[in-house]
Design a protein around this ligand. Structure first.
Ligand code: NDP
Ligand code: DGY
Length: 337
């Protein structure tokens, strides 16, 4: 991009992002960067104002870059619709917060952050699974509250992975990385479901099965699919009713894949043993939410990719995606629209 006489392009960043990423953006010399300089979400009106006239938008998964359902309304209000906009770069691999069809129609390119967060997210999923199945938060709480009176043979027992059947819903990048990590714990069968069988499943001796089979035969059901119209509300009353009463449910994909009322019912009635969620609807989950009253439900604040290095790399990748998009160059990670 030539500088000097030419005006710098405008970029709007919707949150304080990892400094490594901001450095890449500000030092590139191709754009003028405005930032919502806060750790809290940008108010909707600020977002619309910020993106107004911008050539590039760097956003987060908590920013709705949407079509409001009504098309006319969308034209006037949507953050994604501005004549200048060339590129949207999201600091996430998930892109369910973006109105992809509208964005595509307008010829706006989209960058995202696949692969670089796969290991961190898979690691967190394993940690959540073990914490839930072996009741770690409950144990920690008992120690702190004086509930630990002595060693008791039947106290705080949970479920182990050795000899178990694990079912992974969505054997994508993260699903496969989870399976790879779980197998060495002595998992006997690794089932997976999705839209099609995956050749890479051979590495974890994965068996492609119908969803019903996965749900009814697994001791651990792990959800790692993307949120789409097909997966929205996938884990509902009928789903939980097919699970074993000793089974543990884990979700690190998106909250909306789960019907939380049905999950509450399944957990409180003993239909299933326990659940670990890194993602909820809404986020944050209100502190008076019924799920938070249950000892057999472990809820984390969407920290799958939260390691210092991963977030730094995500920041740099999202900045480089944005810069490439502004300059009409190949992005390091462009979403195929
Ligand atoms: P991938 O695209 O590699 O994997 C998504 C998987 O979902 C694919 O295997 C896809 O199957 C599968 N899928 C799509 N539709 C269905 C369906 N109807 N039933 C079952 N499976 C389906 O993405 P990643 O693995 O990189 O990321 C997955 C998701 O994890 C992200 O979209 C995001 O929502 C979430 N995530 C959460 C994080 C956290 O902090 N908790 C961190 C990072 C990601 P197919 O290949 O057949 O299309
Ligand atoms: C994503 O990238 O989609 C996660 O939810 C956060 O890293």
């Amino acid at each position: 991009m030539m500088q000097g006489a030419r005006q710098l392009m405008k970029v709007y960043v919707t949150r304080r992002i990892p400094p490594e990423g901001m450095k890449v953006l500000t030092e590139a010399g191709v754009c003028k960067v405005s930032v919502w300089d806060s750790d809290e979400p940008v108010p909707r009106a600020e977002l619309l104002e910020g993106v107004s006239g911008a050539h590039g938008l760097l956003c987060l998964l908590s920013d709705r870059i949407d079509t409001d359902t009504d098309q006319h309304h969308y034209r006037r209000r949507s953050a994604g619709y501005r004549p200048n906009l060339k590129v949207i770069s999201t600091l996430s691999v998930g892109f369910d917060h973006l109105a992809i069809n509208e964005i595509k129609k307008r010829g706006v390119r989209v960058g995202y952050t696949p692969d670089v967060l796969t290991d961190a997210t898979a690691e967190l999923t394993v940690a959540l699974l073990l914490a839930t199945a072996r009741r770690l938060p409950e144990g920690v709480q008992e120690v702190k509250s004086g509930g630990w009176s002595t060693w008791k043979p039947l106290w705080l027992c949970g479920y182990g992975l050795t000899g178990s059947t694990v079912g992974v819903i969505g054997l994508g990048r993260i699903g496969l990385a989870i399976a790879r990590r779980l197998k060495p714990f002595g998992v006997k069968r690794l089932l997976y479901s999705g839209r099609a069988a995956k050749p890479q499943a051979a590495e974890v001796e994965g068996e492609y099965v119908p969803l019903d089979t996965l749900v009814s035969e697994s001791d651990f059901v792990v959800v790692s699919c993307s949120l789409t119209p097909d997966t929205q509300g996938l884990c509902d009353k009928a789903f939980f009713s097919k699970m074993k009463s000793t089974a543990v449910f884990i979700n690190t994909s998106r909250g909306s894949v789960v019907n939380q009322e049905d999950l509450y019912e399944a957990l409180s009635s003993g239909q299933i043993a326990a659940a670990g969620l890194d993602v909820t609807t809404p986020e944050p989950l209100p502190t008076d939410h019924p799920l938070l009253t249950l000892k057999n439900c472990v809820v984390l604040p969407h920290i799958g990719s939260a390691t210092y290095s991963t977030r730094g790399i995500m920041g740099v990748l999202s900045a480089n995606n944005l810069l490439a998009g502004l300059q009409g160059a190949a992005m390091p990670s462009e979403l195929a629209l």
